[in-house]
Write a protein that binds this ligand. Structure first.
Ligand code: AMP
Length: 217
């Protein structure tokens, strides 16, 4: 099954993609994760992407399109994939459609996770990540039992530079201007399924599983 997750930053795409990947055994391709890893590793891609990411802007299409094309050629994507955070512009969506067509494939479904702006701001500005084990906490909804350090491994917790309120608001603007037009794009192709995202991760996942039933990949 070839799945794409659409939704604003903080709508829970990453969490749901990981759950879908576990349940259906297909790889999770997160362009945000790939770019953050590239920044950490100091690769050419990371150096090009860092400034855009820190400002909450999108990395230019020509950079990210090549990255995803390479991933889709991997053997583990043959049985299907979950795209999380890509495409994010109409140009990216058109390019994806073309690449998949060239491989004799296409998307089977686009899950659009809907969450209100104020909820997104609450979710993202409170997010804290363990620098050692990567465990994600939330100051209000899921705080570490050890306060400022990770309750699992004792590592320090940090906030992503793009999770400050100012940058989250910028990311939401960018989403509305450049990514939200994809809702229409995929609606017209009959691929869109809306998912109410303001529930627990388990409840959202249940809804998604219902939406995926009957879709053939
Ligand atoms: P995310 O973790 O998906 O919110 O992505 C974090 C940042 O990575 C975004 O704010 C962008 O700067 C960059 N990024 C991720 N995916 C894309 C994409 N498909 N196109 C352009 N920039 C992207």
């Amino acid at each position: 099954m070839n799945i794409m997750l659409l939704g604003a930053p903080g709508s829970g795409k990453g969490t749901q993609a990981a759950m879908i990947s576990g349940r259906y055994g297909i790889p999770h391709i997160s362009t945000g994760d790939i770019l953050r890893q590239a920044v950490t590793d100091g690769t050419g891609l990371g150096l090009k992407a860092k400034g855009y990411m820190d400002r909450g802007e999108l990395v230019p299409d020509e950079i990210i399109i090549g990255v995803v094309e390479e991933c889709l050629q991997e053997k583990d994507c043959e049985r299907g994939f979950i795209l999380d955070g890509f495409p994010r512009t109409v140009a990216q969506a058109e390019s994806l459609e073309k690449s998949l067509k060239g491989m004799g494939r296409s998307l089977n479904v686009v899950l659009n996770i809907e969450v209100e702006d104020e909820e997104i701001i609450r979710r993202l500005t409170g997010r804290r990540i363990c620098e050692r084990c990567g465990r994600i906490f939330h100051l209000l909804f899921d705080p570490s039992k050890k306060g400022e350090v990770c309750e699992v491994c004792g590592g320090d917790l940090y906030q992503r530079v793009d999770d400050t309120e100012e940058t989250v608001r910028r990311r939401l603007e960018v989403y509305k201007e450049q990514t939200a037009p994809l809702i229409d794009f995929y609606e017209r192709r009959g691929l869109l399924r809306n998912v109410q995202g303001e529930k627990s991760a388990a409840d959202v996942f249940e809804h998604i599983q219902g939406a995926l039933e009957g879709i053939r990949g």
